[in-house]
Design a protein. Structure first.
Length: 159
């Protein structure tokens, strides 16, 4: 009976989330940069308003900062695309990945890989995070099978 129109959603606009929706691992946009939430604390002040203390890691440079915000503040959640890539090799500085759909090779730096660097094996597939056409990081599989190459001697009673 009435003219119903669905609301237009701009896919380029970031989704705004409340401070209560923040948790470890979420990537937000703050001051034009992408940050991953490393730690989240909700602090209730005696008579004042509550605050949120965040420890954030810059996704591109890997620098860590700590910031406090009012609990009522909203944050822009980064829109990330995930696609599967296979790790091929490294040349000392860069780590090369191949897109499993179009076989295109893409290099990533050690800072973009972060802790995932310790667990990379040639030929493994993992999810690569893409933000506005730029690769910003990787998401490792839940389980990785690795072999211990060397270990110190065992001591009596350490079993």
């Amino acid at each position: 009976q009435g003219n119903l129109q669905s609301p237009k959603i701009d896919a380029t606009e970031p989704k705004m989330i409340d401070s209560g929706e923040l948790k470890k691992g979420i990537i937000i946009e703050l001051e034009g940069k992408l940050y991953q939430v490393l730690d989240y604390q909700h602090i209730k002040m005696g008579r004042g308003s509550a605050q949120v203390r965040l420890r954030l890691r810059d996704v591109r440079s890997a620098h860590t900062i700590e910031r406090s915000f009012q609990a009522s503040e909203k944050f822009a959640r980064a829109r990330l695309d995930y696609h599967t890539m296979q790790y091929l090799y490294n040349d000392g500085e860069l780590y090369y990945f191949m897109d499993e759909e179009n076989f295109e090779q893409t290099p990533l730096t050690a800072s973009q890989l972060g802790d995932a660097l310790k667990y990379l094996k040639e030929g493994m597939s993992l999810e690569v995070l893409n933000h506005k056409g730029e690769l910003v990081g990787v998401e490792m599989p839940i389980a990785v099978e690795l072999r211990v190459a060397e270990t110190g001697p065992g001591y009596k009673g350490d079993t």
